[in-house]
Design a protein around this ligand. Structure first.
Ligand code: SF4
Ligand code: SF4
Length: 188
């Protein structure tokens, strides 16, 4: 049994590696996009990648993730920095329980009524290499990079997010923009 599990994990790891190499190869051939920030002024900061975020719009609610909790992103991530926690089905009413019992007794298939959007979407930004593999593997277009390149923290826990909470909290007014980077070009 352990040998089968090991074999499945090896195939999954190899698949992640191949997808990652394909993404690396694609961007390797493109022009360099990095500068020696903050010594060089950055004119196109808006094109840089920040941490991941969940895309809203599930059931037409801009603050509900489009994510369907399939787990493909977590499976594809080479750094294992995503954990998707599925929602549980709500407790059935007595009438629903009766109907379910009847359906089971008749050998009918019953559908899982759990909502598709995740309970939690835990993302460890301290491990993320911003490779984009999770975004490319998402069948629902539910992930994207933010433009937040100014994030800083004092401990690793400052980079551990529940992206469901982050999306919900994005209803709050945005914080003030950070001060402009001085156009200093001398290096330390
Ligand atoms: S961008 Fe980050 S979270 Fe997504 S697959 Fe790459 S390392 Fe994992
Ligand atoms: S973000 Fe996309 S790939 Fe990841 S669990 Fe949600 S739907 Fe699946």
């Amino acid at each position: 049994m352990n040998a089968i599990k090991e074999a499945i994990k090896t195939v999954s790891d190899l698949w992640s590696l191949m997808v990652g190499l394909r993404v690396t190869g694609k961007y390797f051939l493109e022009p360099q996009r990095t500068v020696r920030y903050p010594w060089k002024a950055v004119s196109n900061i808006g094109t840089f990648k920040g941490h991941l975020e969940l895309v809203g719009g599930g059931q037409k609610d801009p603050f509900k993730p489009r994510c369907i909790s399939c787990g493909m992103c977590a499976l594809a991530c080479p750094s294992h920095c995503i954990t998707v926690v599925k929602k549980k089905a709500p407790k059935p009413t007595p009438e629903e329980e009766k109907a379910l019992a009847e359906a089971k007794a008749n050998g009918e298939k019953t559908k899982d009524k759990a909502p598709k959007d995740p309970e939690k979407f835990v993302y460890d930004y301290s491990l993320c290499s911003l490779c984009g593999t999770c975004i490319e593997n998402c069948p629902a277009g539910a992930l994207s990079f933010t433009g937040n390149v100014y994030m800083a923290g004092y401990s690793r826990n400052d980079f551990l997010f529940d992206l469901v909470v982050k999306l919900r909290d994005s209803q709050a007014p945005a914080p003030a923009e950070p001060a402009a980077v001085p156009a200093e070009t001398s290096e330390a």
